[in-house]
Design a protein around this ligand. Sequence first.
Ligand SMILES: C[S@@+](CC[C@H](N)C(=O)[O-])C[C@H]1O[C@@H](n2cnc3c(N)ncnc32)[C@H](O)[C@@H]1O
Length: 217
Amino acid sequence: MKMDKQLKSKKRVADHGEVFTNEREVNAMLDLVKQETERIDSRFLEPACGNGNFLAEVIRRKLSVVDERYKNNQNDWERYAVIAISSIYGVDILEDNAQECRERLFDIFDKYYTLLFKNKCREECRRSIRFLLEKNILWGDALDFCNPITKEPIVFSEWSAVNGSMLKRRDYVFRFLVEQSHQFSLFNDEGQAAAIDEPVKEYPLIHFLKLGEDDSN
Ligand SMILES: C[S@@+](CC[C@H](N)C(=O)[O-])C[C@H]1O[C@@H](n2cnc3c(N)ncnc32)[C@H](O)[C@@H]1O
């Protein structure tokens, strides 16, 4: 049976509502927030991302801006490309979709990178991008905020640029970011409302080309 680009199988449509948005609609919707899609560090979350139709277009738009501004300086181009990728997030309940999404976004990045810098491209930069996509595009249920099998809570990393080339990573529990009402139901040891927007983990500053270099970051 011939399937269209928007469907993988009837079963997946029935089980998970998996119908992909076509490119024209994606662009029309993103044009509603055009300025944000062209801001290199604007944060986007696609909460049922499939293979990343919206994120793919956001990345293309951001990287076009990075190209325009920094094509003559490889270090700056890489630094801003890392910032562009570090600010996009996705979740999907199907593990293969999350994986496909990561690979697709990496391939988009790599096409831009290779076209511009050819054999001067650095493997450290590619490793950093892969690492960011591992952390930002997650396999999880966006309704109960947990991994569908392990039931571990979904944790997202916030990445902030510090002093040019360094990155600060802070991890947050996705549920708390979404359900502001939790703010009133959580209490610390003194019976005070606990700050829910506190990170569950903070990491030392790291150079943007060193992400994924070892297990500690
Ligand atoms: C309608 S498709 C949309 C995919 C993509 N956002 C797009 O517009 O092309 C819905 C996606 O949501 C995923 N999904 C369904 N229920 C989900 C849930 N509870 N949490 C996260 N993802 C879910 C499916 O696996 C599927 O990939």
